[in-house]
Ligand binder design. Structure first.
Ligand SMILES: [Mg+2]
Length: 381
């Protein structure tokens, strides 16, 4: 008889709660595809096993980009509840395949489900999620903050404040007003910030294909680190043309969600890199698959996010920690700099301009139940 111990059986999942939260934000923001003001609405998933282990997940849909919080909560409550109840939480590949078979699309809901399962599996194994995703290749991820306030004076103050905090990457949301306003903002940032700041721009699809090249050539004078999604996501031919003709690297965000999108995007040369988000890909594993396809095509990747709390930031952090090709930093700043209050029990870990990858089991930090209750407007289960 072998003296090797058999794998301890994790207790089955026997409770699931879905909460819709309404979270106040500190300022209005504008983007090429729409504005955000006052609050954002996300769905928080809580799974509990029979022996009392708790796993947390978050879905952060944006109606103009990925989907609605109402559709997300229904996906979790109605379609994924029967998929996970009574099941072993460590059988993640099997459970995510069952979720895919139960409901098409709904990537944010699948991201939340996978997140909560990995949180449980990590806690059961005594390992951080990054270690379950292949093992970390980095402990710190350079942090970028996005500037999207229609009031540029406020954004310039924010840029100077985060520079003092150690951040050296800024992403300017362009294309929501006119070209003159964008050029004025880029000039203002270059004139008022030290030279070691990497200034990137993100149009969120805001330019018309007709004269995008000419406008972007003017923007290139300010030496942006990259230009993200200048034209609508479906304009692949224009993206390929801009990638070929501009000096600055072009990133695809709204054009690429899945590994399949990534494969076709590589074959069509529509970008020099991808923005990867767990909310777009439907989880950390699928995000890693996008990164792997990009690597095979000699593209680099960036860790993007939606309007997330620290919980979804943690999932993105573990994914990037275990993905060598997501090498262009991350934008997990919302919990600290954009939400009035985060939901995590301890602050999302940011230190001297970088996100610190947790070393504690699971995602690394739990949700604060009292704060969750305070911001919950609807709860199921
Ligand atoms: Mg983007």
């Amino acid at each position: 008889m072998s003296d090797v111990a058999t794998m301890p059986k994790a207790a089955p999942i026997d409770r699931m709660t879905v909460s819709i939260v309404d979270l106040p934000v500190v300022s209005k923001r504008s983007h090429g595809i729409g504005d955000v003001a006052n609050t954002v609405r996300n769905a928080i998933l809580r799974l509990e096993t029979k022996d009392g282990l708790v796993g947390w997940g978050e879905a952060s849909p944006w109606p103009v980009f990925t989907g609605s919080v109402e559709g997300t909560a229904a996906a979790l409550d109605v379609y994924f509840r029967p998929v996970v109840l009574g099941q072993n939480p460590t059988h993640i590949t099997r459970l995510m395949a069952a979720a895919d078979a139960a409901l098409v699309g709904h990537f944010e809901a699948k991201a939340a489900l996978e997140m909560a399962l990995y949180d449980l599996a990590g806690k059961a194994a005594g390992l951080p999620v990054a270690e379950l995703l292949g093992g970390r290749c980095r402990d710190r991820i350079p942090l970028s903050i996005s500037l999207a306030n229609p009031d540029f004076t406020a954004d310039l103050e924010l840029a100077q404040r985060v520079y003092a905090d150690g951040l050296r990457i800024l992403k300017v949301k362009t294309g929501f007003a006119d070209q003159a306003f964008d050029l004025k903002r880029l000039q203002g940032l270059r004139e008022n910030l030290p030279e070691d700041v990497d200034i990137r721009v993100d149009y969120n699809q805001g330019l018309a294909p007709f004269d995008a090249l000419r406008r972007l050539r003017d923007v290139e004078a300010f030496q942006p680190g990259f230009i993200e999604q200048p034209v609508p996501g479906k304009e692949w031919r224009v993206m390929a043309d801009l990638t070929a003709r501009l000096e600055t690297p072009v990133l695809a965000d709204e054009s690429v969600f899945s590994p399949n999108d990534a494969l076709r995007a590589v074959e069509s040369s529509i970008a020099n890199g991808f923005s990867i988000k767990v909310m777009k890909s439907g989880g950390m594993r699928r995000g890693q698959e996008v990164a792997a396809v990009a690597e095979a095509g000699s593209l680099s990747c960036y860790g993007g996010d939606m309007f997330e709390t620290g919980l979804a930031h943690l999932a993105g952090t573990h994914m990037i920690a275990a993905s060598p090709n997501i090498s262009l930093g991350c934008e997990f700043y919302q919990a600290k700099y954009y939400l009035e209050q985060d939901l995590l029990a301890d602050p999302f870990p940011i230190e001297n301009g970088a996100v610190i990858v947790p070393e504690t089991p699971g995602l690394g930090i739990d949700v604060d139940p009292a704060r969750l209750k305070e911001f919950t407007i609807e709860s199921r289960g």
